[in-house]
Design a protein around this ligand. Structure first.
Ligand code: GRF
Length: 194
């Protein structure tokens, strides 16, 4: 049975688009059933709808001071859509331990650094400030600790003299677009084989 995938986004959704494109290829072990955003203005929503994928907004601002309620609403959408795999793709809300544990071994995230380096935000500037000569992105399983779960794949870019954080972000994003579909493809195939 083809694995049912939900993608959680907050913004433009360029990684989401790449995941959808790859899942549309013949022989993929998964297919998208839902794109969910925490922001009604997330640009990725229209892109998903244009691909014929169901979309949903759970606006975190409707749940002020009630993260558990926000996460319960997301969880209900995922369960109602009978989701097997959750992909976080530029989803900019931190998810609590209870929610994460409910998707143990089934939720992936892409992070713009070579984990375990630079968990959290501003990863490109932090790599520059540290004088690193290489940087990149990681896809990992999500565990309750932020950006900490087992790494499923990484892609590297060289840091060049004079690079700005914007330069690096653009170069890393290109790699993200290659890496995330590749990892999801392998991950879905491994679940299917179980
Ligand atoms: C990516 O850099 C991702 O790694 C980070 O947020 C950005 C999302 O970009 N978490 P997009 O929404 O996929 O275009």
């Amino acid at each position: 049975m083809s694995q049912r995938v939900a993608i959680l986004i907050s913004g433009g959704g360029s990684n989401m688009v790449r995941l959808l494109e790859d899942m549309a290829q013949p022989g993929h072990a998964a297919h998208p059933v839902l794109v969910l955003a925490n922001d009604p203005d997330a640009g990725g929503l229209a892109k998903a709808a244009a691909q014929g994928v169901a979309t949903k907004v759970i606006d975190h601002r409707d749940f002020k001071g009630d993260r558990a309620g926000f996460e319960a609403a997301i969880d209900k959408e995922l369960r109602d859509s009978d989701v097997d795999i959750v992909c976080l793709a530029g989803f900019m809300r931190i998810l609590g331990a209870e929610f994460v544990k409910g998707w143990d071994g089934r939720m992936l995230n892409i992070h713009p650094s070579l984990l375990p380096k630079y968990k959290g935000l501003n990863t490109h500037q932090r790599a520059l400030d540290a004088g690193d000569t290489e940087h990149g992105c990681s896809v990992h399983l999500v565990t309750p600790e932020l950006d900490d779960g087992p790494i499923l794949g990484q892609a590297k870019v060289a840091i060049k003299q004079g690079d700005t954080a914007q330069d690096l972000a653009a170069r890393v994003l290109k790699q993200e677009h290659q890496l995330y579909p590749k990892v999801l493809r392998e991950f879905a195939a491994s679940l299917k084989a179980e």
